[in-house]
Every structure is written in C-alpha cells, then in structure tokens.
Design a protein around this ligand. Structure first.
Ligand SMILES: C[S@@+](CC[C@H](N)C(=O)[O-])C[C@H]1O[C@@H](n2cnc3c(N)ncnc32)[C@H](O)[C@@H]1O
Length: 219
C-alpha cells in the first residue's frame, strides 16, 4: 500500500514488511539470470550517482566506479535490510541512504552523473513525474541506467492487467502492465545503449515478463 500522501518519504505497513522479508528469496532464480545484465549496466555507472528504490541492495556489489551513491528508499522494511548491507559493504563510505521518493529526490538540479533504476519504474505511483524528476537532477551529460519489466502483448498482457491490482497491493505497488519503454520516450528520453535481457523476469511462481535494459539520456 502507498502512503496517503504519495510523496511521504517512508512507507510502513504490513504488506510492505512482508514483501521486504520475502523479496530476496522470491527473486533468487531471476537474479541469477540478471547478474550479467546488472554487471553490463554498471559499466556505465560513474561519478555522483542516485539510485532510486534500491530495495534490499541488489546493486550494491556493482558500485565500483562511483564516487558517491545516494540511495532513495522510501519503504522502511526494505531500508532496514539495505542499511545492514551498506554497513557491511567494503566501500560503505560511498553510500548514503536518504529520505525521499523517486518523484521528489533531495538533491540539487543538474548535479547527478548517473541515475540508477532497476525494477522501480513499475512501482512508482507516477512514472511521468519520476522521469521528470530524473531529468531535473541529471547533469546535461548525465545518464539513466535502467532495468525494468514491462507490459507484453497478447494473452500475456491480459494476464498482466489481471494480476496488477494484486501486485500493487502486495508487491510495493508493482504495476505489471506498465508500458515503461513508452513512458521513457514520452518523457523525452532516448535509449543510447540497449542491453539484452536473455530471459525476462520470472519469479518463483509467475510466467516470464518482458524486460528492457539500457542507458538513456534526456533529449
Ligand atoms: C521490486 S523492488 C526493486 C528493488 C531493487 N531496485 C532491485 O533491483 O532489486 C521496487 C523498489 O521500489 C521502491 N519504490 C516504490 N515506490 C517508490 C518511490 N515512489 N520512490 C522510490 N522508490 C520506490 C520499493 O520500496 C522497492 O524497494
């Protein structure tokens, strides 16, 4: 469940606690397949970085070239797990966890080299507002590094529409049926590099959902 005010920095309820608790084991199989993709994406991550919705910290291990990484994680239960992992990371001093949301990131305009969003644009309440916020904080030379599942076609998309209300309730507001590639181009982002995701996202009990990954720049 999202908070009453969609910009409140902290979300805390029973469903989000449960989701945080099961998140890593639910994603285990998929994560094994995504490791190569995450690693390829992080070749493009450098400088002053903001990561939106880092969750339990799936990306922490890939931050080798970043000077500073601001982690914006509004779900308290996710944030607890994240904080423990940051603390035990060998480069823990580059990370800071801040209050905020993807639609409202507490950093100056045009101050960020790289924004990282992996499996987050499906969850934010307002994807257009989030993409506008990413544009605001990126330097003119900055890049958005993304890895996102999105709506498919045919019967798969019907199933995604049917499952979305359930996912929104129990899986951190995840919209399975969001057309994220279209949202990116609607918001004036152009994809410069595409990284193929060999198998889409498949959780323990779900079919495979199509995914898009790459590097986008605001035009
Ligand atoms: C499916 S998890 C992805 C976690 C992580 N990025 C990964 O790759 O495994 C979705 C994440 O988005 C976060 N999230 C949801 N709404 C958000 C918002 N408005 N702003 C920032 N993060 C948000 C959730 O708390 C959760 O950590």
């Amino acid at each position: 469940m999202q908070p009453k005010n969609p910009l409140d920095p902290i979300v805390e309820d029973r469903n989000s606690k449960r989701f945080a608790r099961i998140y890593d084991s639910m994603n285990e199989r998929s994560e094994r397949k995504l490791r190569g993709v995450r690693s390829a994406l992080f070749q493009h991550v450098a400088g002053n970085v903001v990561e939106l919705g880092p969750g339990t910290g799936a990306n922490l291990r890939y931050y080798e070239a970043a000077e500073r990484v601001t982690l914006v994680e509004p779900y308290r239960a996710m944030r607890k797990i994240l904080a423990d992992r940051v603390e035990s990371a060998h480069n823990s001093d580059v990370f800071s966890i801040v209050d905020g949301r993807a639609e409202c990131v507490p950093v100056d305009s045009q101050s960020i080299d790289t924004v990282v969003s992996t499996l987050v644009l499906c969850s934010v309440p307002d994807v257009d507002r989030t993409l506008a916020e990413i544009r605001r904080i990126l330097k003119p030379t900055g890049v958005l590094v993304f890895l996102e599942h999105h709506v498919g076609t045919g019967p798969r998309s019907t199933l995604q529409h049917v499952l979305t209300p359930f996912m929104k309730k129990y899986a951190a507001n995840c919209h399975l049926d969001r057309n994220t590639p279209r949202a990116l181009s609607r918001s004036g982002f152009s994809v410069q590099t595409t990284i193929t995701v060999p198998n889409g996202l498949s959780l323990r009990v779900s079919p495979t959902w199509p995914m898009a990954a790459g590097i986008a720049t605001p035009s």
